[in-house]
Ligand binder design. Structure first.
Ligand SMILES: [Zn+2]
Length: 431
């Protein structure tokens, strides 16, 4: 078998490693793809991440029997062979062909890496790459049996190796081991121009079963990027056939190429589930806590509040403006409420990606201050002490607090699809 991993060819100014994959598949059309390409999102918190921090992996063998179409280029189809046998390849020759494409297409400030291997790499490398940091020295023993190529610092070797370590079948979180993304690409002459995809066509496909993150609840389109990259849209779902059968409904602009990817998006793989708060920077936590301070609204509409775990460890949580309605949920939280927070750690703060309300403390509202017999309104003379009339000095018992509904459900809450992280599982998929 021949496995090719590739990462870090794009940069913040656009470009897209997935488009490069279509070029590589076209170049290597004399080989048989035996599985859809894998789009592997890695730790979203690493300080040197590329946009979306996604790496890619391809696997080739000797196909047997019938093929299955998973994509299309301008002048040819892309197919996989579900049945195959092992085949030896001239890895050196193939690396040279891939390097040529990467050299011609990678961006100036990217650090591309290519790894070619006969086998999948050890799964533990994937878990390290999605949950914490992988250093180049961690890779050396693993890459000793691989052919590699790197440019301008070769940072991409890390992602490329991690992508080869993700098989997609051993998720540790929940039932969902992988999802699909069908990516449509624009004709080269259109790159950088406005994409012509109607919100009506997006709404239509968003109503299909087993698709997700097409648009926000308010109708804002989430599946069409704004960057000047070659991607026209990314159509995500848990059933590949539904994506392939329905993407043609998107328009009016049509893709000049399209390709189906198996991904670890929406798997929650990046979260480390823990009983106590572990606030190591660049990791992501999933932990049950209680609210220890009311949310504070700061400039820009962001929210900050504090939570503590069962051992009393306390941490600040942030819910930023793009989280939209999630902020209204946080505003209603009271000290003592029990919640699950899922988020990434940065500068010792949990940036919340979703949360679950487990238990709410009783809420009360304070009735108006009692009116004195003399007609004046009384005033509290201190916490837990009686109310007093300033005019005649008469004292009154504190009025009984009125229970009020929390206006919050015991449920999961999340930001809109357009500001959700690739790896974070939408609540719809958690049921
Ligand atoms: Zn009075």
């Amino acid at each position: 078998m021949l496995h090719i991993g590739i990462d870090d060819t794009d940069s913040l100014d656009g470009g897209c490693t997935t488009w490069l994959i279509t070029e590589i598949i076209s170049e290597l059309s004399d080989l048989d793809l035996i599985a859809p390409p894998r789009l592997v999102r890695l730790n979203p918190n690493v300080p040197w991440k590329t946009r979306g921090n996604g790496a890619l992996a391809l696997v080739f063998g000797k196909g047997i029997g019938s093929k299955k179409k998973i994509g299309s280029l301008e002048d040819s189809e892309i197919s996989i062979y579900p049945n195959y046998k092992d085949r030896r390849f001239d890895k050196k020759d193939i690396l040279e062909r891939v390097v040529k494409i990467v050299k011609a297409n990678s961006k100036q400030d990217s650090q591309p890496g290519i790894v070619i291997s006969d086998t999948y790499l050890p799964e533990g490398l994937y878990w390290q790459g999605v949950r914490s940091l992988v250093m180049q020295e961690d890779l050396e023993p693993i890459l000793s049996n691989c052919l590699t190529f790197g440019m301008r610092g070769s940072r991409g070797l890390i992602g490329a190796a991690c992508a080869l370590a993700w098989s997609g079948y051993y998720s540790k979180v929940g039932e969902l081991n992988f999802t699909w993304e069908l990516i449509g690409y624009r004709e080269k002459s259109m790159w950088g121009t406005l994409r012509d995809i109607s919100s009506e066509s997006v709404s239509k496909v968003s109503e299909l079963k087993e698709v997700f993150s097409c648009n926000d609840q308010d109708g804002k389109v989430a599946m069409v990027p704004n960057s000047p990259c070659p991607v026209l849209w990314g159509f995500r779902g848990t059933n590949d056939k539904i994506l392939i059968d329905n993407f043609h409904k998107l328009g009016p602009e049509k893709p000049s190429r399209w390709l189906l990817y198996q991904t670890n998006q929406a798997t929650d793989d990046h979260f480390c589930i823990s009983d106590i708060l572990d606030i190591t920077d660049f990791t992501s936590v999933w932990v049950d806590v209680s609210v220890s301070s009311k949310a504070e609204i700061i400039k820009g509409g962001h929210r900050f509040f504090r939570v503590k775990d069962s051992e009393g460890n306390e941490v600040k949580c942030a819910v930023f403006e793009p989280s939209k309605n999630l902020r209204a949920v946080v505003d209603k939280l009271e000290v003592g409420d029990e919640i699950t927070v899922c988020g990434s750690i940065s500068e010792s703060t949990v940036n919340i990606e979703k949360l679950k309300i487990i238990n709410l403390v009783p809420r009360y509202s304070k009735p108006p201050n009692p009116v004195c017999v003399c007609g004046k309104r009384t005033h509290s003379s201190g916490k837990n002490s009686k109310y007093r009339c300033k005019s005649c000095g008469k004292k009154y018992d504190r009025p009984v607090l009125i229970p009020k509904p929390p206006n919050l459900d015991l449920n999961w809450f999340e930001p809109p699809a357009s500001s959700r992280r690739h790896l974070t599982k939408p609540i719809d998929l958690m049921r």
